[in-house]
Design a protein around this ligand. Structure first.
Ligand code: ATP
Ligand code: MG
Length: 329
């Protein structure tokens, strides 16, 4: 079966190494394997407070980084979610087919609102998995490349699509989450028990950090008191995270990375080698990013992408409207 991929990033903050390893790094590969749709999930970015100008800049940044990572806009589709209104329209319909209990069980909702009083939690962050399901289902995609943190939301999308199909007959393709073997969850450098995140940026390596800063952050990453470079996420989360970063950027397995460092007994030497690899890869990415930003290449990509996305999304939306009993226009 042909592979139809879809993946999105929220413009909630500055992109980091986790976003690169989890999503951007794989663009070239999946583009060779199937049809790809990439989008900037700007509607989702409103789920937490954000300044309008910041949202705008973050959105442009993501478009440029997608392109810098190898997105070919003549082959794949790149668009801004807010410019394809079918997402919001499908959301208004599909929100009726998931239950409060199902949404309450989403760990990301629990994590992101753990420290907030219920009276100041926006409804959008609770219902966000429904909009995410709409993003996926509108394009009949069967593979959703994501970091591990998003797997639960893709599972919920499957539940929703199956429920709808059972009720109204075959309508949606049932998607599958695809998670990297290495680098499915890059951790914070300052607290390696927590995921590297845009919205909680302590310990992030940002893709726009200058290389000196990146090197400094890696050299001062939290590790442990030992001197052995081994993969043991429970007892050595910091070292394990750096090994994962090294392995994924080198395109090798974690075992191969461990083997490479088996005779290394100084964390400083180990970190220096990790920093070299990260700086080389991110340095090249930044050069392409700067060129794309300066030449405003993203504008053309987004314009072409929006039109292609609208055609596809509208077809699905029409099908859904008919199924639920809305009268044809
Ligand atoms: P936020 O904190 O606003 O949720 P985020 O850093 O989690 O931001 P998202 O926009 O939610 O980023 O996710 C974009 C993509 O990057 C998703 O596929 C997600 O699974 C992946 N991703 C995010 N963080 C990591 C990480 N630390 N390691 C691997 N993949 C990640
Ligand atoms: Mg996230």
């Amino acid at each position: 079966m042909a592979k139809n991929y879809l993946t999105g990033i929220k413009p909630t903050g500055k992109l980091h190494l986790g976003n690169y390893i989890g999503v951007l790094k794989n663009i070239k590969k999946i583009q060779e394997e199937g049809n790809c749709i990439f989008f900037i999930a700007d509607l989702h970015a409103l789920t937490l407070p954000i300044e309008p100008e910041t949202l705008k800049q973050n959105s442009i940044d993501i478009a440029c980084f997608y392109l810098a990572a190898g997105l070919d806009y003549n082959k794949s589709i790149l668009f801004l979610q807010s410019q394809v209104s079918e997402h919001a329209e499908l959301n208004a319909i599909l929100q009726n087919y998931l239950y409060m209990g199902e949404l309450s069980r989403m760990t990301q909702f629990k994590d992101k609102t753990a420290k907030t009083n219920n009276n100041s939690i926006g409804v959008g962050i609770f219902t966000y998995p429904i909009l995410m399901a709409c993003d996926i289902l509108l394009y009949n995609c069967n593979v959703v490349p994501v970091g591990e943190d998003q797997v639960q939301h893709v599972e919920l999308t499957r539940t929703l699509a199956t429920r709808f199909n059972n009720r109204y007959g075959e309508t949606f393709v049932i998607p599958t989450a695809q998670v990297n073997k290495v680098g499915k969850r890059i951790m914070s450098l300052s607290d390696p028990t927590k995921k590297m995140s845009k919205s909680d940026p302590k310990g992030d390596i940002f893709l726009k950090d200058d290389l000196k800063t990146i090197r400094k952050k890696i050299m001062s990453a939290v590790t442990d008191l030992g001197d052995e470079v081994i993969y043991d996420p429970i007892n050595k989360p910091g070292i394990s995270n750096l090994l994962t970063i090294y392995a994924s950027l080198k395109d090798i397995s974690v075992e191969e990375a461990c083997n490479h460092f088996k005779d290394c007994h100084r964390y400083g030497d180990f970190k220096k080698e990790v920093a070299d690899v990260v700086c080389e890869e991110i340095g090249k990415l930044q050069e392409r990013y700067n060129f794309i930003l300066e030449n405003k290449e993203y504008l053309k990509a987004l314009e072409i992408g929006k039109n292609k996305a609208k055609l596809l999304a509208n077809k699905t939306l029409k099908r859904v409207k008919k199924k639920v009993g809305f009268i044809d226009e």
